[in-house]
Design a protein around this ligand. Structure first.
Ligand code: NAD
Length: 338
């Protein structure tokens, strides 16, 4: 009887612990740095999904941040209640639980993400110490490109433990990948499980060998009315993933909706302690022999940030691709003096 009682006591304690985590997520604060196309859309996606009770936007251009905050606040009636504030004073980010950095230069048509490295590293050098002074306990999520390089630099500048500093990585590229596979096979995108790993950029690699639908490896997939993927299909899909940003930038000057939703999902995983598997960019430590560089592999993301990387199966080509990607990012980091 005593055993049964203590068992129930333990269950109640565990449930109430869990409840605290879930309930406290309602009081959480997100600070978004940069109220441009990406920053404002992240705020919009977070607001619609009710990701946090407080959303703060900071931008050096006061007229821009004020206008975005006004517009967002006018939509509050239609979404879960939250407080949305903005300023050109970094103090607006005080005590944020997560700081999301989108500030900086974006790609112009024809530019690669790596072309932005120097300018955006300089912005981070100035910005991060200020942010750290007002939000010392936050988790820092980097979105600014080239995101793997900027994530590494942010980790070095802040001196924060690696799990608390990570980048959106290839979460967006993987969602593009899954969408294109799903479209070809006439399936719901949610049922396709496939990752892009490595750099969020030109050296990224598609992990075809572990891609599945309903546990069926994609290389074995052949279903009436839902086709199968030829080598040519795969090549085209991956090329489209890689050129997606350029395609969108050529048409409207920026990518914002999918990265807004992807970032909201990462923030949810952190603030709701979801233990969600996401291919974010984190510092690798002897991952298939790769160390001291930030890049994306599937990771478990929760309230502590990146808890761990996952040892996904890789074939020889994929492993070589990942190593090549690591070298590309490392060279860019070194060229910036880090
Ligand atoms: P944008 O030009 O629309 O916005 C950038 C904003 O940053 C501007 O409002 C600018 O005033 C602000 N800013 C500049 N310096 C600042 C500083 N020191 N402090 C505060 N704010 C500052 O650009 P965007 O389209 O929003 O893109 C932002 C970044 O996100 C770019 O580097 C872009 O390449 C990157 N991006 C990353 C992904 C990804 O998957 N990681 C996807 C899309 C875009």
């Amino acid at each position: 009887m005593i055993k049964v009682k203590s068992f129930f006591k333990e269950v109640v304690r565990k449930l109430s612990d869990r409840h605290d985590v879930i309930m406290s997520s309602g009081a959480n604060k997100i600070a978004i740095i940069g109220a441009g196309s990406v920053g404002a859309t992240i705020a919009y996606a977070c607001m619609i999904r009710g990701v946090a009770k407080q959303i703060a936007l900071y931008d050096v251009v006061k007229s821009k941040v004020d206008a975005e905050v006004l517009d967002l606040n006018h939509g509050l009636q239609f979404v879960p209640m939250a407080s949305i504030e903005g300023s050109d004073d970094v103090a607006i980010c005080k005590d944020a639980d997560v700081v999301v950095i989108t500030a900086g230069a974006k790609q112009k048509p024809g530019q690669t993400r790596m072309d932005l490295a120097g300018a955006n590293a300089e912005i981070c050098k100035k910005l991060l110490p200020q942010l750290l002074s007002v939000a010392p306990n936050a988790i820092y999520l980097l979105v600014t490109n080239p995101v793997d390089v900027i994530t590494y630099i942010a980790m070095k500048i802040t001196g924060l433990p690696p799990p608390r500093v990570f980048g959106s990585g290839t979460v967006l590229d993987s969602s593009r990948f899954r969408f294109l596979i799903a479209q070809r096979l006439k399936l719901a995108v949610q049922n396709v499980h496939a990752y892009i790993a490595g750099e969020h950029g030109d050296s990224e690699i598609p992990l075809w060998s572990s891609a599945t639908v309903a546990n069926i490896p994609l290389h074995e997939w052949a279903v009436m009315h839902h086709g199968k993927l030829s080598v040519r299909d795969r090549t085209e899909i991956f090329q489209n993933v890689k050129s997606a940003a350029q395609q969108i930038i050529a048409g409207k000057g920026a990518t914002n909706y999918a990265i807004g939703l992807a970032t909201a999902k990462i923030l949810e995983a952190v603030l709701r302690d979801d233990n969600r598997v996401l291919p974010v960019s984190s510092l690798l430590k002897d991952y298939r022999g790769i160390s001291d560089v930030c890049l994306s592999v599937p990771c478990i993301v929760n309230r502590s940030g990146v808890e761990t990387t996952l040892p996904v199966p890789l074939n020889a080509n994929e492993e070589a691709g990942l190593k090549n990607s690591a070298e590309t990012i490392r060279a860019a980091i070194k060229s910036l003096g880090f």
